[in-house]
Ligand binder design. Structure first.
Ligand code: GAP
Length: 542
C-alpha cells in the first residue's frame, strides 16, 4: 500500500489535517477532521466497552486465571511534579539528540540514517531524514553535490554497505549531517528529556514548574488507594484510563505514528504476585485478539516478546504488539501497544520513594548525600485481602496502547483499491476503506436514486428512523455511482437506496461495501436490518 495515497485520502475526505495548517502547521501535532473524529471515538469506545463496561466480573473469561473486576479513571494531565520524580520520568525519560552546528537543526540520534560512500579518494557517511522509500534517491543526490559530481557521473560513487543509523557510526567528523553542506557538523549525542514543561499559577518560577503527563499510567498508580477505598474492588482488578499524553519527541514523523500530543488507552491490572505471570500471559493474548477481531489479522500484525536482555530484572515478561506500517522498510514493524509485567515497582516507588530499577531486589535510589533521591508519598499503598488476611503490594500488568497508532493501523489495513461496477454495470477502479463496522465513522448512508418522484421523502423517512440508532448520512446530490464511491472511501459499510421499485412495493436496496452484494428489505424493516447487520460484528471475541 502506498502511504502517500492514504495520507492524501485522509486529508481529502476529512480524516486528518495538520494542526494549525493555515499557519503552516506545527510539526508533530494533528487534528482529526469530521470523519477522523468519529473513527477515533470508535477506537476509544470500542476499547472502553470491550475492556471495561462489557467486562463481566462474575465469569472467568477464556484464558484468564480467575474472574476479575474492571473499573476506570479520568485523571488530570498536569499532576504533582513529585509524581514524575518517583516514576522515573524526571531522571530517565529521555532520548538522545544530536545538533547540527551548520543548519541549527536537531535530530534524534537513532533516527538519522545514512550510507557510507567513497569518491575522489574520500569516504563519507551521507545521512538523510527522508522516508524509507525516498532515502536512496536523497543520499545519492546529496553525495553528488558534496563531491561536485553531475548526475551522469553517479557511477563514480562507490557505496559501501546498506543504510544504518547514526549510533553505528563512530567517527562523526566523516558524517554529512541531514541538512549540512560540510562534514563533521553534528555534535555528539546528548540526553533530552521528553516531558513538556509548564508553569502552574501566575508566579512562573521553578517552584511552580510542572509537566504535561507523558503517560496516563501514573494517574492510575497514584489513585490506587482512592479506588480501593471508594469502591468494593478486590484484587485482582484493573483500572483503565483513556487520555491525552504529551512527549516532546525530537523528530516526530510518519504521519500520526510519532506525535507530540497523542492519546493513550492504558490498563493497570493489580494482582497477587504469585499469579502475575499468568495474568501477564492472559493480557498479552487478550490484547492481540482485540486487534485481530477488529481487522488487523494477518502477517502485518505480530506479537514480539522481549528477550531477557530487554527486560527489567523485576519484570517476568514484556511483549509488544506490532504492525508492519507501510511507511516502514520491508520487514520492519512499529509498536502499537506494549504489555508489561511491572512487578511492584510503581506502587512501591510512590509509597517509599523512587526505586533504583537497576537493583535486585529493588532498593531506594539514594542521592550523593545518602538520602532518598526522590521521596515518595509515604502513603500506605499495600493491599489487605479481607478473605485471607494477607497484606501485600500488588504486582502490576500493564497493557498500554495508543489510540492514534491503533486508528492509523486500522486505516492502513483498511485501505484497498479494487474494481466495482458503476451504475451502467461497467467496472471502474475504486478506493475503499474496509473498516470493521464498529470502527467505521458512518454506519449507513441513505440515498434516493433520483431527486424526484417522492424518492427523497421516503429516503428522509428512513434516515429519520435510523438516526437514533446509528451514525447515518443522507445524500441526494449527484449520480448514485459517485455517492457510492464517496461512501466507500469513507468506509461506510452499508448504503440504502430508494429507487423506482420502492414507489410500488416500499422496499429498498441495501448494498454491502465489501462484497458489493445488494438485497431488498422493506422500508419499515430498515432499522431492524441495520441493527442486525451491525450487531453481527458488534462483539469482538476478546
Ligand atoms: N505506560 C507505558 C507507556 O506509556 P509506551 O510504550 O511509552 O508505554 C504506550 O507507550 C503506547 O503509547 C505505545 O505503544 C504507542 O501506541 C503510544 N505512543 C507512545 N508514544 C507515542 C507517540 N509519540 N505518538 C503516538 N503514540 C505514541
Amino acid at each position: 500500500m502506498d502511504m502517500d495515497k492514504l495520507v492524501s485520502l485522509c486529508r481529502r475526505r476529512g480524516f486528518l489535517f495538520q494542526s494549525s495548517e493555515i499557519y503552516g502547521g506545527l510539526n508533530g501535532f494533528w487534528d482529526y477532521g469530521p470523519l477522523g473524529v468519529e473513527l477515533k471515538r470508535n477506537v476509544r469506545e470500542t476499547w472502553w466497552r470491550d475492556m471495561v463496561t462489557r467486562h463481566n466480573e462474575l465469569e472467568v473469561p477464556p484464558g484468564a486465571p480467575t474472574a476479575y473486576e474492571m473499573t476506570g479513571l479520568d485523571c488530570t494531565i498536569i499532576m504533582h511534579p513529585q509524581v514524575w520524580k518517583c516514576s522515573g520520568h524526571y531522571d530517565l525519560f529521555h532520548d538522545h539528540m544530536v545538533d547540527c552546528r551548520e543548519s541549527q537543526r536537531r535530530y534524534r540520534h537513532d533516527q538519522v540514517r545514512g550510507r557510507w560512500v567513497e569518491a575522489k579518494g574520500q569516504r563519507v557517511f551521507v545521512t538523510t531524514m527522508a522516508e524509507t522509500d525516498a532515502e536512496q534517491q536523497e543520499v545519492e543526490h546529496r553525495a553528488l553535490k558534496f563531491f561536485h559530481l553531475r548526475p551522469k557521473d553517479a557511477d563514480q560513487l562507490r557505496w559501501d554497505g546498506s543504510f544504518v543509523t547514526l549510533p553505528h557510526v563512530d567517527d562523526l567528523a566523516r558524517v554529512l549531517g541531514p541538512d549540512a553542506k560540510q562534514l563533521g557538523t553534528l555534535t555528539p549525542p546528548r540526553e533530552f528529556n521528553l516531558m513538556f514543561k509548564t508553569y502552574v499559577g501566575a508566579l512562573g518560577g521553578e517552584d511552580s514548574a510542572a509537566f504535561l503527563r507523558p503517560e496516563t499510567a501514573q494517574g492510575i498508580f497514584v489513585n490506587f488507594r482512592n479506588v480501593v477505598d471508594s469502591t468494593r474492588v478486590r484484587v485482582p482488578f484493573g483500572i483503565a484510563q483513556i487520555g491525552k499524553s504529551f512527549r516532546n519527541e525530537i523528530t516526530p514523523r510518519n504521519f500520526t505514528f510519532r506525535s507530540r500530543e497523542f492519546e493513550q488507552m492504558e490498563i493497570e491490572f493489580f494482582c497477587h504476585p504469585s499469579a502475575s505471570a499468568d495474568w501477564y500471559r492472559y493480557w498479552r493474548d487478550r490484547r492481540v485478539a482485540w486487534y485481530t477481531d477488529l481487522g488487523l489479522a494477518g502477517e502485518r500484525l505480530r506479537l514480539r516478546e522481549h528477550g531477557p536482555e530487554e527486560l527489567s530484572h523485576y519484570s517476568t515478561g514484556t511483549a509488544d504488539i506490532e504492525y508492519a506500517f507501510p511507511f516502514l522498510p520491508d520487514g520492519e514493524f512499529g509498536e502499537l501497544e506494549g504489555i508489561a509485567h511491572r512487578g511492584d515497582f510503581d506502587l512501591r516507588s510512590h509509597m517509599e520513594g523512587k526505586l533504583d530499577p537497576k537493583t535486585c531486589p529493588l532498593e531506594l535510589e539514594k542521592g550523593p548525600d545518602g538520602r532518598p533521591r526522590w521521596r515518595g508519598s509515604g502513603k500506605d499503598l499495600t493491599y489487605r485481602d479481607d478473605l485471607t488476611g494477607e497484606r501485600f503490594i500488588p504486582h502490576v500488568v500493564e497493557p498500554s496502547a495508543g489510540a492514534d497508532r491503533a486508528a492509523l493501523a486500522f486505516l492502513c489495513e483498511a485501505y484497498t483499491e479494487d474494481q466495482a461496477p458503476d451504475e451502467h454495470g461497467v467496472l471502474q477502479s475504486r478506493t475503499v476503506l474496509k473498516l470493521h463496522p464498529r470502527l467505521a465513522p458512518i454506519k449507513a448512508a441513505v440515498f434516493p436514486l433520483v431527486k424526484k418522484d417522492g424518492m427523497p421523502e421516503i429516503a428522509q423517512e428512513i434516515y429519520r428512523a435510523l438516526k437514533p440508532h446509528a451514525v447515518v448520512f443522507y445524500d441526494e446530490k449527484g449520480a448514485v455511482g459517485r455517492r457510492y464511491r464517496r461512501q466507500d472511501e469513507a468506509g461506510t459499510p452499508y448504503c440504502i437506496t430508494v429507487d423506482g421499485q420502492t414507489l410500488t412495493d416500499r422496499t429498498v436496496t441495501i448494498r454491502d461495501r465489501d462484497s458489493l452484494a445488494q438485497w431488498r428489505v422493506r422500508v419499515d424493516d430498515c432499522v431492524d436490518e441495520l441493527r442486525k447487520l451491525l450487531s453481527a460484528g458488534d462483539r469482538t471475541r476478546s
